[in-house]
Write a protein that binds this ligand. Structure first.
Ligand SMILES: Nc1nc2c(c(=O)[nH]1)N[C@H]1C(S)=C(S)[C@@H](COP(=O)(O)O)O[C@H]1N2
Ligand SMILES: [Mo]
Length: 575
């Protein structure tokens, strides 16, 4: 049997061998862009395919959207135990460890090739990982054995089968009995697995009979520990790096290839004259590439539709877990909705308008059944960000969407791929959770969302506002020449009724309004001005009135705590 120290070194040898295998395989999978080749993922997919529905349901119920994470950790756990056994085998007999490793590689390759999307190249990551691991097991294994005092480096390998030569037992007994004290020690006593037996049989404290190691085991052991630490570190870095690289590639590929069903309820047709097409004026639809981005993410969350889940729980009659496929099989709604950030200063850039496609949040919540007294939906993103949406705005019939597409393409990763919330009429931090994975139906009294914890209002309806796009601040216009003063105004889900413009100390004048498809978007406006004033500097101001009859306030407020207010004003020069 092995001594405790030898077994310990064996466990370490095995675990580090596994880290080398996984690290090399993961990097290889990322480099050759193998979707199914990373061994842990492959084994995970294989076990999901073969898990009985009851087990799957149990996993989703117990772990919710973390079920995949739980599975992957489970596989890693089993793997570590398996690896420890291989290491202990290898320290006794290298060939036994190698056999264990081969089984382990075979399972990895089988799993990598078992997916419907598998190709031949998916075997490659596990194969090179396995080779690297075999090399490590061989080289570091020799050090480990020497370190355990089982064999000096360079000593002859045991005969296959490992039985000590005939007469070994007699030799041992002879040494113990002291009958043959002058005979040289047999070299195999240093390495054969039963080498500790004589020591165990000798009387305690008998220095004379203790087999003296042929070499000092400590330097070998130390070298083995250093090599193991280095290899473990490199393996972990490679594993982490390869995983990130692979996910990034997978998410980009998934985002670009995702096909989404058509809307059952398409967006209202764009009325003629919805875009005034004035140079410098914001286009009615903001292209995805220039849509503002505001979030707390340092690295963008990489969430694959295949592993995405939305869990709805808390004050509900029945907890729900939706997969991405289940979400997009619901009747999809399409709508133009203008999104804006509470941090947008008056006339600022953090606002954009897009055509969104998504499932109705209201219908999902109805299915879960909201309990009386709940007033907040605490929405959590894959990266832990939370936003607190009022239950009332989600349920009052407006297009509150679990959005999957933006302007006709799957959501860009930066804008929440694969699923985000969009609700017209509320600032983004309480209505537009990106990478959403969890909705807890709760109360404002019971839980406080990310920005609300940092001094911003718990509830934040969008303030009716306007912005002057042209002429830009500091622009010069020619006296007596017709100039377009134009911009956008917004009061989402209320609608813009009128915009007025004032030049210097002149009267408020009605601007012309562009057509809009519905109440949820901003509205372009223009006032044609002949600049029939003497040269000089003029302050141009604008103010919007929404369809409730409310005119935006002239009172200037900073963005914190619930949105900036005041008239936009551009100082221009007439020459
Ligand atoms: N996960 C997550 N979602 C988020 C945020 C965030 O930081 N993390 N920021 C919110 C804020 S403050 C705004 S204004 C909108 C911005 O959405 P956009 O980046 O797509 O324009 O996203 C909201 N959703
Ligand atoms: Mo925001």
């Amino acid at each position: 049997m092995l001594t405790g120290r030898a077994a310990g070194l064996g466990v370490l040898l095995g675990v580090v061998t596994a880290l080398v295998a996984l690290g090399v395989a993961q990097i290889a999978a990322a480099i050759i862009a193998s979707q199914d080749g990373a061994p842990v993922t492959a084994v995970g997919e294989l076990s999901i395919d073969h898990a009985p529905p009851a087990v799957k349901n149990f996993a989703i119920r117990e772990f919710g959207s973390a079920d995949k994470t739980a599975l992957v950790w489970g596989i890693r756990g089993v793997l570590i135990i398996f690896a420890a056994v291989i290491g202990v085998l290898a320290i006794r007999r290298l060939w036994q460890g190698m056999t264990g490793l081969a089984v382990f590689i075979a399972i990895g390759i089988y799993a990598a090739e078992s997916q419907p999307t598998s190709t031949a190249k998916d075997a490659f990551p596990t194969a090179v990982g396995g080779l690297a691991a075999a090399l490590f097991l061989w080289k570091a294994g020799a050090l480990a054995r020497a370190g355990a005092g089982l064999r000096a480096p360079g000593a002859p390998a045991p005969a296959p089968g490992g039985r000590p030569p005939a007469g070994a037992a007699e030799a041992g007994s002879a040494a113990d009995s002291g009958a043959d004290s002058g005979a040289p020690r047999e070299p195999w006593r240093q390495w054969q697995p039963g080498g500790d037996r004589p020591a165990a049989r000798e009387p305690a404290g008998s220095a004379r009979a203790r087999p003296r190691p042929a070499v000092d085991t400590d330097p070998s052991r130390r070298r083995f520990l250093y090599v193991s630490a280095g290899a473990a570190g490199a393996g972990l870095v490679a594993y982490g790096g390869g995983t990130l690289l692979g996910e990034n590639r997978d998410v980009t590929a998934a985002q670009q290839t995702l096909r989404l069903p058509r809307a059952v309820s398409p967006a209202p047709p764009l009325p003629s004259g919805y875009d005034l097409k004035i140079p410098g004026l914001s286009p009615f639809i903001t292209p995805n590439s220039s849509f503002y981005r505001v979030d707390t993410a340092i690295a963008l969350p990489e969430v694959l539709p295949s592993s995405w889940h939305l869990r709805i729980h808390g004050m509900v009659d029945r907890e729900l877990v939706l997969t991405f496929d289940e979400l997009i099989r619901r009747p999809l709604i399409e709508d133009y909705i203008t999104l804006c950030c509470v941090s947008n200063p008056v006339a600022g850039p953090y606002i954009g308008n897009a055509k969104w496609l998504g499932a109705s949040l209201r219908s999902v919540l109805r299915q879960a059944g909201i309990k009386a007294g709940a007033d907040q939906l605490l929405c959590t993103s894959a990266d832990g960000f939370t936003s607190g949406t009022p239950v009332q705005t989600a349920m009052d019939g407006r297009d509150a969407l679990l959005a999957v597409a933006m302007n006709g393409t799957a959501l860009p990763v930066a804008h929440g791929f694969p699923v985000r919330l969009v609700i017209p009429g509320l600032y983004g931090y309480v209505s537009a959770c990106k990478w959403i994975t969890d909705i807890e139906v709760t109360t404002y009294a019971a839980s406080v969302s990310f920005w609300a914890q940092r001094g911003w209002s718990a509830q934040a309806p969008v303030k009716t506002e306007s912005r002057i796009d042209v002429p830009a601040l500091g622009a010069t216009v020619k006296s007596g020449h017709r100039t377009a003063i134009a911009g956008v105004a917004w009061a989402q889900h209320k609608g813009i009724e009128a915009v007025e413009v004032r030049i210097g100390k002149g009267p408020w004048q009605q601007a012309q309004l562009a057509a809009v498809p519905d109440l949820d978007t901003w509205r372009q406006w223009v006032y044609y001005w002949d600049a029939d004033v003497p040269p000089g500097n003029y302050l141009i101001q604008a103010r919007a009135t929404d369809k409730t009859g409310y005119t935006q306030t002239s009172v200037q407020q900073p963005p914190e705590p619930n949105g900036a207010s005041g008239y936009p004003s551009n100082l221009i020069t007439v020459s």
